[in-house]
Design a protein around this ligand. Structure first.
Ligand code: NAD
Ligand code: ZN
Length: 363
């Protein structure tokens, strides 16, 4: 039987540029029809009371949920939002809008899917388990790097099963994006760096994997070029850099939608699952310890860290009990596809339990 690759889907349409947020009203208007007029806004809590909120086209029939992004989204949280929305709205809402970083955008994507498919969020964690399109969804990133705005996944922590896994499906992709570089002006430097480097890691993992192909490479190489321009400049947060990063993030998410991540993400997922470390921070902790797998990229990463005087947490696992180290091992090795992408079918021979634990103990 022929090996058919996963169906790739890209974002339906977008507005790009400074002040493009003003296009939101005209984008939503045709969706408010006779069947349903209600829109649901998920907005990162940073913007509560911010003047951005006054400029949004929020109507009386709409609902706004502020997202506390200090914790990464969980399946339980998604189920609660869906229950609440079903209580508030007589009909299925006409549009879901996610305004924030990866956390808020992933929540918007997951809720849209559940409203269109029914059931609980955990039912759809995995690959291609979604049967119907969700509610029309609009992504508006305010922090760049995860590529959540363009990827075909939304990542959820499932506390009962002790896993962090995406709803990977063509229906997960946003229908529309508003990419406005003005919205990321307020991101603190450390956060800006961590999240931006997620793009770097997505692209170098894709380019070094066996599932790389010409189309994914074009996304990755262009994202890396833009990201390097930003990271090798002196002032990370100026408008021109934020604009470049917005595009790099979009391309990085598209690269991953066309290929797979590699060794960094499984190690990083271990830190997130066992210690609760946020995705992009966990990636940076891991990236500095990847010289065996990505020697040139690890050197480049460490040079950029030094240039911008970023403090990466250290000595997280050095005195850790063996039981916890074993949990880290389990949470890492479970990511078969990325590890196989990076190291081949015999990745378990390269990454023994002892080796994985040693790498964690260096973090
Ligand atoms: P985030 O959304 O968790 O936000 C991080 C912090 O930045 C929060 O404190 C938030 O309040 C703040 N913030 C956001 N925008 C701001 C702004 N304009 N000004 C000031 N502060 C702002 O961060 P993230 O790194 O973008 O997202 C991480 C999440 O993305 C994780 O849950 C991860 O699993 C997920 N992720 C998803 C994908 C995907 O393809 N779906 C890919 C990678 C990561
Ligand atoms: Zn990532």
């Amino acid at each position: 039987m022929k090996n058919i690759p996963d169906l790739t889907k890209i974002v339906g349409s977008y507005h790009f540029g400074s002040d493009s947020i003003s296009a939101l009203e005209a984008t939503i208007a045709p969706k408010r029809d006779r069947n349903s007029k209600a829109c649901i806004f998920f907005i990162d809590h940073f913007f509560q009371g911010n003047k951005l909120i006054d400029s949004l086209p929020i109507m009386q029939e709409d609902s706004v949920f502020y997202i506390d992004s200090s914790n990464e989204p969980t399946t339980e949280q998604i189920d609660l939002y869906v229950t609440k929305i079903n209580e508030i709205c007589i009909n299925i809402p006409c549009c879901i809008i996610g305004i924030g970083g990866g956390t808020t955008m992933d929540i918007a994507k997951a809720v849209s899917i559940l409203l269109g498919n029914g059931g609980k969020a955990e039912k759809y964690q995995g690959w291609n388990l979604v049967n119907n399109p969700g509610v029309f969804k609009i992504g508006i990133p305010t922090l760049s790097g995860t590529g959540a705005e363009s990827s075909r996944t939304c990542v959820l922590v499932n506390k009962d099963k002790n896993i962090k896994l995406g709803i990977n499906s063509p229906f997960t992709v946003f229908d529309h994006l508003i990419l406005d570089p003005k919205l990321s002006a307020t991101v603190p430097k450390q956060q800006f760096f961590y999240t931006a480097m997620d793009t770097y890691i997505h692209c170098i993992e894709s380019l070094n994997g066996k599932y790389r192909h010409d189309l994914a490479d074009i996304f990755s190489k262009n994202a890396l070029r833009l990201l390097r321009e930003v990271m090798h400049s002196n002032k990370l947060n100026e408008l021109e850099n934020r604009k470049k990063l917005l595009i790099a993030s979009y391309l990085g998410g598209s690269a991953i939608g066309n290929s797979y991540v590699g060794v960094v993400h499984p190690f990083s997922a271990g830190l997130s699952t066992v210690l609760g470390t946020h995705h992009c921070e966990a990636n940076c902790i891991t990236m500095g310890k990847m010289s065996e797998f990505y020697p040139d990229e690890t050197d480049e990463f460490l040079t950029i860290v030094k240039k911008h005087k970023i403090k990466i947490p250290e000595k997280l696992c050095v005195d850790m009990e063996y039981d916890l180290l074993s949990k880290l091992y389990e949470a890492c090795i479970i990511h078969e596809k990325p590890l196989e992408n990076a190291l081949g079918n015999n990745y378990k021979n390269i990454l023994s339990k002892e080796k994985i634990i040693n790498i964690y103990m260096g973090m």
